[in-house]
Design a protein around this ligand. Structure first.
Ligand code: FRU
Length: 473
């Protein structure tokens, strides 16, 4: 699999479609795979939703519930789910044409179980640009119209429509703004309330490949204003939703009930630098944990923060949870947990940094082969780092081993939240102000947890360990 697609909530189910090639663990003719969940945590696979056809492979896109039946595919009583996606035509591509990516739609009247492609496809034709893909559709309350944001090589275009079939070009955004080390892909655009204030900003997500902060794929964001026609950014800075090397093409769910009100994001947990060669068999690639996005005002800017959805705590195994006592440490200190594995767990730490001689501190996950996965913070360099050089199998790609870094300035305390799975670690710092997602392939399970501090004493005021239950039957 790669990108998550068609994220939509409908009648008690979260739908997750995804870029899927059923015949191989290497990327090929794309389909939309399909899974549903009642709670964002427990998932059930459903049959493939969309197959390639004479117009092309089914690339990334999005889905909505058409409540007013503006498309005419259902009725107001039985509103259709409508998906919009990119048709990528390999035949045209090979022939040297520039117009091999066009947008098509499909609808479902049975809760996403079966889909009918629209006979008038494509609904949005390629204007003559090779990269024209990944439409994200959303209802605009202000203009009472649909909007669509689509990646167009090194920028995005915004369109509007009354019926999801006929689209009008509105505006372009991106030149001279944000990161441009690669092609823009998988955009999203949505309003989000600022925490603790009566202000709403619009947030634009844009994935970029390559050109991420730690090489390869990554997702940047902008905050600003949007009136249904034009997006005006607050500033032109480059900012990343996740500084790790393994969170790409993430977008958010549509149709979350107003009573819930969350903006929920999920990303593809890999990087095109090595996605097709990571050492997994039978399966390849997964998504991040679904994350709730929030905005906080900080130093005159709006910062996008993210953390695991609260439903995730349901997976904590109470009989396999430990609270460690408060203690201070310097050097390397092994915390002995009586565990046969640290591979499926959640770790929460609160560190006190009042000793200003501390140069760096962090956490090491280690196994019997002395393979180590290191999460560290350097107060000298004012940055976080994730070092997986000696964390196990890295030989499948020379791109994989490097150390990922992220600028960060800690206060007198630091909160780290790690979600560790069999081949991934998701790190959330200080409530999600910094996020780093990382794949890791240890040869044996990590069994030891080591804390380290260089230069001065660190106070560990809180440490929680939770075993995490399997989500599959
Ligand atoms: C991003 C991407 C999208 C495209 C899809 C194809 O990872 O390249 O731009 O629609 O993957 O699988």
């Amino acid at each position: 699999m790669n990108d998550p697609n068609g994220l939509v909530f409908f009648e008690g189910e979260y739908h997750l479609f995804y870029q899927y090639y059923p015949d191989s663990t290497v990327w090929g003719p794309m389909h939309w795979g399909h899974a549903v969940s009642p709670d964002l945590i427990h998932w059930k696979y459903l049959p493939i939703a969309l197959y390639p056809d004479s117009l092309g492979y089914i690339f990334s896109g999005s889905a909505v519930v058409d409540a007013t039946n503006s498309s005419g595919f259902g009725s107001v009583e039985k509103p259709p789910m409508v998906a919009i996606f990119t048709y990528h035509n390999p035949r045209l591509e090979k022939s040297g044409s520039n117009v091999f990516q066009n947008q098509g739609i499909a609808f479902s009247l049975d809760k996403g179980r079966t889909w009918t492609k629209y006979s008038g496809n494509p609904v949005l034709k390629n204007p003559g640009i090779r990269d024209f893909r990944d439409p994200k559709i959303f209802w605009n309350e202000k203009t009472k119209k649909w909007n669509l944001i689509i990646a167009v090589y090194d920028r995005v275009h915004i369109y509007s429509s009354a019926n999801i079939k006929d689209w009008t070009f509105e505006s372009e955004f991106g030149i001279g703004t944000g990161a441009h080390g690669g092609v823009w892909e998988c955009p999203d655009l949505f309003p989000l309330k600022v925490n603790g204030a009566d202000i709403k900003k619009w947030v634009m997500l844009v994935s970029i490949n390559p050109g991420g902060p730690n090489s390869g794929s990554a997702t940047q964001y902008f905050t600003g204003e949007f009136d249904g026609h034009k997006f005006v950014p607050d500033n032109t800075n480059t900012r990343w939703i996740d500084w790790g090397r393994d969170d790409y093409a993430g977008v958010t769910w549509s149709n979350i009930p107003a009573s819930d009100g969350r903006r929920i994001f999920i990303g593809w947990m890999s990087n095109w630098k090595y996605a097709t060669v990571v050492p997994t068999t039978v399966w390849r690639s997964a998504t991040t944990i679904p994350r709730e996005l929030s905005l906080v005002a900080e130093n005159g800017k709006y910062l996008l923060i993210s953390g695991p959805v609260h439903e995730f705590t349901k997976l904590r195994n109470e009989s396999d949870s430990v609270n460690l006592k408060s203690q201070s440490f310097i050097g390397e200190k092994e915390i002995s947990f009586d565990r046969i594995s640290l591979m499926q767990c959640e770790l929460l730490f609160d560190f006190g940094l009042s000793d200003n001689k501390v140069d760096s501190l962090g956490i090491i996950l280690e196994n019997n082969l002395k393979e180590r996965f290191i999460v560290g913070y350097s107060s000298l360099q004012k940055q976080f780092y994730i070092d997986r050089k000696e964390a196990g199998n890295t030989g499948f790609s020379k791109e994989f081993a490097g150390v990922a870094t992220a600028p960060y300035t800690a206060g007198t305390g630091l909160k780290l939240h790690l979600i560790v799975d069999a081949s991934s670690v998701e790190l959330f710092v200080d409530g999600g102000k910094l996020v780093m997602t990382s794949l890791v392939f240890p040869t044996e399970k990590f069994t030891k947890l080591i804390l380290f501090s260089k230069g001065g004493n660190v106070l560990l005021s809180k440490a929680e360990f939770h075993g995490i239950e399997k989500i599959w039957p």
